[in-house]
Design a protein around this ligand. Sequence first.
Ligand SMILES: [Zn+2]
Length: 475
Amino acid sequence: MELFDFLLTTALTQRGLVRWSHHRGLKQELYLRKNSTKTRSPRPILLLNIGQLLTLSSVSGNPGPRRGVELGELEIIEDAAVLCVGGKIVSVGTTHEALSDPWIKKNRKRLMEIDCAGKVVLPGFVDSHTHPAFISPRLVDFEKRSAGATYEEIAEAGGGIRSSVENVRAATKSELAAKILAALQQMTTQGTTTVEAKSGYGLSVGSELKSLEAIQLAAAQWPGTVVPTLLGAHVVPSEFKNQSQKYVEVICEQMIPQVSKRKLARFVDVFCDRGAFSEEDCLRLFAAAKRNGFQVRAHVSQLARTALANLLAMNPVSLDHVDHVDEADISQLAQSSTIATLVPGANYFLGIKYPPARRLIDAGVAVALATDFNPGSSPTASMPFVLSLACTQMKMSPAETISAATINAACALRLEQTKGSIEPGKDADMAIFNVRDYREIPYWTAANHCALVIAGGAMIPSHAPPFGAYRIALL
Ligand SMILES: [Zn+2]
């Protein structure tokens, strides 16, 4: 711990912490980021004059995913302030409360003060479904699709996921890491601070391990949080054509145990859909993952309906896409703790039917939103664009899209204790948007109004203030 942080921490703790916290229910404690190799904030940060602070704190005290009407409750504070110390949020309240605090008055010049000038501040987006471990865009597929070919016709003609495999296998780990880091940086510019990153374009033990190592390398260079997922079961690679069971065996007996031993992933994912892996394969892969200490998630019902009952019995953390669900699936999802992650960027890009978000939400399913960033079906790193699609194409309200992209997405990664809301004790991950009303975030379609991002209490380097500065104004 740096000397000033230590002194400040001691001072805050001895004084019973800052008293103006608006938060109800949580004990105000000061947490310090331990053993972090990431860039630390040079000094504590005080955000002032926030026009709308979207805290996402739960009205009912529910720490889990928001369902039904609760999905639209953002708990907004106007003319707000937030104090962050040691990478954590310490206090939340109004600017007046912050400036009246004697300790803040005394130490104000030692804080990095950000005048938000009436802008909107919300928790950094949690993008809980991405595939950044690839080398090239798939422009031939894009052109063919524009000419009318379907996803499956493109795959049958040698395009699709398999066409990304060759150059991932040929790439070095550092080449791949550079591509992943570039994607993460693009995500940050649009307000994302936590990203789930899947492998899945290697499709051999060596190349999947290399992809996960590349994700780890990129994550170490990025100020946000990366959650790695093994997606060896993306499709069956060409060398196992007509022998899919042999490939499933390789994943269960070699890939999963090696990834577990080297602690390279937190989740195991399976593409369980027509043309990929069957329900039976998926259950076998889930069982192998659980034996090796992983939690599981799956891509389902994107191209055709996947029966969900048996998969849900394995308690997956999330089931993603869910475009072709029926009423029975919806009611089973609503009764489960599994998050349904919708990725409308893929529906938009492929020009296919959107998932029934309204029916899912109204039935009580816990819904999250993610980009599904990938080279074949969703080459967008923009969470604001996804929110926009969710409002216009799936009839979610702007408030629902914010909850789905923050607290519910954090639940989809089992990170709800540290991410997804602005409350004392949580990680200081925030996005400041240059708008006056949060509804403008999905409203200004395909625009980027993100003015500043704070991850783990540190300003993202492109926004770092000049050396020695203690105050910046976001005019
Ligand atoms: Zn995906």
